[in-house]
Design a protein around this ligand. Structure first.
Ligand code: FES
Length: 111
């Protein structure tokens, strides 16, 4: 099973083994990591925004146009930002390091 390392906003690193095929967002939720994901992976928010190390960013497929559009709305966007729900874990991504951004802006309206 691939490993994923979450780096929390205070710099704490937490490593987990996650099942193949799980998105970074699902991996976060399963392990109690505070990544929101308000739209549950349907590319309708930017609250699953994560920041990757450059080397990992380069290994991933290019984000889709829809992902780019949503990322533009993400708070604290960086050159290596991605949406966590769009990154699917696999053995190739074993050891992926994912930083949680300092803050997110929730575009979804609370009911
Ligand atoms: S959870 Fe909403 S875009 Fe990823």
């Amino acid at each position: 099973m691939p490993k994923i390392v979450f780096v929390e906003t205070d710099g704490t690193e937490k490593e987990f083994e996650v099942a193949d095929g799980l998105s970074v967002l699902e991996a976060a939720h399963k392990n109690g990591i505070d990544l929101e994901g308000a739209c549950e992976g349907s590319l309708a928010c930017s609250t699953c925004h994560v920041v990757l190390d450059e080397e990992w960013f380069d290994k991933l497929d290019e984000p889709s146009e829809d992902e780019e559009d949503m990322l533009d709305l993400a708070f604290g966007l960086t050159e290596t930002s991605r949406l966590g729900c769009q990154i699917i874990m696999s053995d190739e991504l074993d050891g992926l390091r994912v930083k949680l951004p300092a803050a997110t802006r929730n575009m979804m309206v609370d009911k």
